[in-house]
Design a protein around this ligand. Structure first.
Ligand code: ATP
Ligand code: MG
Length: 843
């Protein structure tokens, strides 16, 4: 099982994989660890990543970039409309009201959902990982900004499904960084000690995220997260673009914003300038040739001026830092380190602003670009059975408070209750008890729409069905479990109706139940099932029996219980609760879930199918291009060789025809052959190779043949030497049978004759003729000679045992061991015997 972490950034993506040697950030086919988040659509295929980035200026209308923030949003969303102004491609409303992307693809207009676009990017990242790991990649962990709401998270998950991935967890960017930081730390305080507080600040291209984390041995707890979702490196680029647009207007009378390509070029140049200013405080020139109306433009910028232009942006860095500390209730002096990551934290003024706020130097111990992907890969390894990772528990936070609303049974209006507060530990689950006699609807939403960087506060509706009153007409007790899972997705995971039943009912289970009698009003009972103790919710610990099938692993942790009445008054027990030993029946209730922002199942399967067709199309186009390139390469290869080394290996007539074919093919490639199908190119290639390969073969043979003859000749010579020594009665060969030696002689003579004949035949031929003998035949002859002779001449001499060998034999078992005296005796005897028999050297 492959273990992979994907950092899907607004501008840049990184992939980390787990190998036996540890975590590795891998490179793509351009040996670049960074894969741009860009998808470009062409008339024949898609380009994704680096190849797509190169299309941004040449094909702006169909090159999709900067799309991450469009996830889960409707077309009329204000964020979508704001983004739309700065995007060179078209955004359109889709039939479900969501935002889509309009591009020209395969010479037709196409509309894609944002999930599809992200899926395309993920398909590319999956492919890079598979090429690197040489195995299928399915399971992965993917990063998202911590401020992503339920809709955005579900939308990213849909994209992973379209790409054929199984996302084990969506991980908040900074939590991934914190994991990558903490898991290797050997000096973390013990579990009972005061935790080490570290602040992580990530400024990428689109957003600034801050997390305050508490570390103990084997444990990471995110205490708070704060953010400015609208402050990133691109805002600094925009300031430079604005500045130069104004300058070029007055200096060159150019309206840069009127031309998409010019604006894109200027944006790219300004980004480069910004990066250069991070390491250089002197004036830096900006020159763009043939910018607009055939005019070259130039300007300059320095760090001081840049900081002046961006003063308010730099100022904005502080607010999320303040918010994060306030929410975590952490003081500056409690902080052990401030770690910064994300490309835009390289801007010196940003770094200085963070440093000034924390009154300390910021640390850059982590790789600013790769830390998120590495954290995701670590998390994937922790979730994968294939790897053993040091125990390390992670508790994240819920960034926005979540409420649950419902209508009273008497239809007296809606009641809302905040189920999870801001920075409540995540994952978390709460069990809520209602008293109802008929189906009702629960609505989950974010409690504070004003603080939400998303237009829609509603999360979803859950209709609890099949509810009926108790046998005696009383309302039934309905237990509902609401959960925010590890990916930050909110859901009502189960609903159970608890009915009192008559004792002869065979399906009943006898349990101790707290029965809360109601007096007509709704009463709810909330039990917190978070992983970590949450002081706000801890009123009393209740040991209520919960059906085990409903309990996720985290429910092994403490259960805490609040009991609240409808008017919000908190009580430890409902007003008229009484303990009773009863027979009750638990009935699981069907829940009809309506999540408006999630893709319907049939849509998802259509997109999966479409993606697989597009992958196939890309593959075919790649093969077609490879075939075309092969024709082109062969034209240049043979023409170059025909003018040089191949010249004498074909007749003047053939030389002329071959040249004609090559020149004709070259012209064809620029004309009618510029856009043909794969088979046409393969046919053209075959035509060239039909003439080229025999020439190439004759040329290569002319080099290889003499080498092979030489090798064969040397071998013959070496066997002849052996024969000679044998004849002279050499000790080394005297043990060889005479008949065998005769076989060697015959074989040598045959081979010698064969070689001379072949060399003579070949010498009579000019290089442009088919050779009389091929090097592979000489190779075979050499092999045949070896087969006959080698075994005979290298036959080992009969072995004469040496007494030293006897001495070296070790006893197998201790009881077989002889005393040193015994050995000396035997050894002496042996020497005497041997010396009688032969002349063995016994030293
Ligand atoms: P996000 O985190 O918002 O989704 P991302 O992950 O794609 O975006 P990063 O790769 O972390 O963003 O950072 C990209 C930003 O960092 C760009 O704006 C880029 O210009 C900026 N950047 C990179 N290197 C430097 C540098 N040396 N100086 C200034 N800015 C830099
Ligand atoms: Mg990022």
């Amino acid at each position: 099982m492959a273990v992979v972490g994907f950092d899907v950034g607004f501008q840049n993506c990184y992939i980390a994989v787990v190998k036996s040697g540890g975590i590795e950030t891998i490179s793509n086919e351009f040996t670049d660890r960074c894969t741009p988040a860009v998808v470009s659509f062409g008339s024949k295929n898609r380009a994704i990543g680096n190849a797509a980035r190169n299309q941004m200026i040449t094909n702006p209308g169909s090159t999709v970039s900067h799309f991450k923030r469009l996830h889960g949003r409707l077309f009329h969303d204000r964020v979508v409309q704001a983004e739309r102004d700065s995007l060179p491609y078209d955004l359109v409303p889709l039939s479900d009201g969501k935002v889509g992307v309009k591009v020209m693809y395969l010479n037709k207009e196409h509309q894609f959902t944002i999930e599809q676009i992200t899926a395309m990017l993920l398909t590319k990242m999956k492919d890079i990982a598979e090429t690197n790991l040489q195995k299928n990649v399915v399971e992965c962990v993917i990063s998202i900004p911590s401020f992503f709401t339920d809709s955005e998270r579900r939308s990213v998950l849909d994209a992973t499904k379209i790409a054929g991935l199984n996302c084990l967890k969506l991980m908040n960017d900074n939590t991934a960084v914190a994991l990558n930081y903490g898991i290797y730390k050997q000096d973390l305080p013990g579990t009972d000690e005061k935790p080490k507080i570290v602040v992580f600040v990530d400024m990428g291209h689109s957003a600034l995220q801050v997390s305050v984390c508490a570390f103990n041995k084997g444990k990471l707890k995110v205490l708070s997260t704060a953010f400015d979702p609208y402050l990133g490196g691109r805002d600094f680029d925009k300031r430079l673009v604005e500045y130069f647009c104004a300058e070029f207007k007055s200096k060159y009378k150019l309206d840069v914003k009127s031309k998409v390509r010019a604006l894109l070029r200027l944006t790219q140049e300004c980004e480069k300038l910004k990066k250069l200013m991070s390491s250089n405080s002197t004036d830096i020139p900006l020159n763009i040739e043939c910018f607009m109306d055939d005019k070259d433009v130039s300007g300059k910028m320095n760090r001081a001026k840049f900081e002046e232009l961006c003063a308010d942006l730099i100022e904005r860095v502080t607010a999320p830092l303040v918010a994060a500390l306030e929410q975590a209730q952490v003081k500056l002096q409690d902080i052990s380190a401030v770690e910064i990551v994300g490309g835009a934290t390289r801007i010196p003024a940003v770094k200085a602003q963070i440093s000034k706020f924390f009154k300390r130097d910021v640390s850059t111990t982590l790789n600013a670009d790769e830390a998120v992907a590495r954290g995701c890969a670590l998390q994937c390894a922790m979730l994968s059975p294939a790897f053993r990772v040091r125990d390390f528990s992670i508790t994240d936070t819920i960034p926005f408070p979540i409420s649950l609303c419902w209508s009273s049974e008497a239809d007296e209006g809606k009641s809302c209750h905040e189920i999870f507060g801001r920075n409540h530990p995540c994952p978390s689950a709460k069990m809520i008890t209602f008293y109802r006699s008929k189906p009702f609807v629960l609505e989950a939403s974010y409690s504070d729409p004003a603080s939400l960087p998303f237009t829609e506060a509603k999360i979803g509706e859950y209709k609890l069905q099949n509810i009926q009153p108790q046998e005696n007409g009383d309302k039934a007790k309905v237990k509902v479990k609401v959960q925010v899972n590890a990916s930050g997705i909110v859901s009502v995971t189960s609903a159970t109706m608890v009915l009192r039943v008559s004792s002869d009912d065979s399906e009943t289970t006898e349990i101790n139940e707290d029965i809360y009698y109601h007096d007509g009003s709704d009463e709810i009972d909330i039990q917190d099932k978070t992983q970590e103790t949450n002081a706000h919710n801890q009123l009393s610990v209740d040991k209520e029996n919960l059906p085990t099938a409903q309990c996720p692993p985290m429910e092994k942790e403490q259960n805490h219980k609040d009991a609240l009445s409808m008017n919000g008054e908190v009580t430890n027990q409902p007003p008229d609760a009484k303990k009773a030993k009863m027979k009750v029946k638990h009935i699981g209730l069907p829940i009809e879930e309506t999540i408006t922002q999630q893709l319907p199942k049939d849509c998802l399967s259509t997109y999966i199918e479409q993606e697989s067709k597009m992958i196939q199309q890309d593959c075919q186009e790649k093969e077609r291009n490879n075939a075309k390139n092969a024709v082109e390469e062969n034209v240049y290869h043979y023409r170059h060789k025909l003018e040089g080394p191949y010249q004498s290996f074909l007749s003047a007539q053939d030389h002329h025809s071959f040249f004609e074919l090559l020149n004709g093919t070259e012209n064809w490639l620029y004309d009618e052959g510029a856009d043909q199908d794969k088979q046409t190119y393969l046919n053209k290639l075959a035509e060239i190779q039909k003439l080229g390969l025999p020439v190439q073969d004759r040329y290569q043979e002319s080099i290889r043949r003499p080498q092979m003859f030489e090798e064969l000749s040397a071998k013959i010579q070496s066997y002849m030497t052996v024969m000679e020594e044998y004849k002279n009665g050499s000790d080394s060969y005297c043990h060889i049978d005479a008949m065998d030696m005769d076989k060697v002689r015959v074989c040598i003579e045959d081979t010698q004759v064969w070689m001379t004949n072949m060399q003579n035949s070949q010498d009579k031929l000019t290089p442009d003729r088919e050779p009389a003998i091929h090097s592979t035949q000489i190779q075979e002859k050499l092999q045949a000679l070896n087969n006959v002779c080698e075994e005979i001449v290298s036959k080992p001499k009969p072995r004469v045992d040496s007494p030293m060998d006897e001495k070296n034999i070790q006893p197998e078992h201790p009881h077989n061991m002889k005393s040193p005296e015994d050995v000396t005796m035997e050894y002496t005897n042996l020497i005497q015997n041997e010396s009688k028999r032969s002349h063995v050297n016994i030293e």
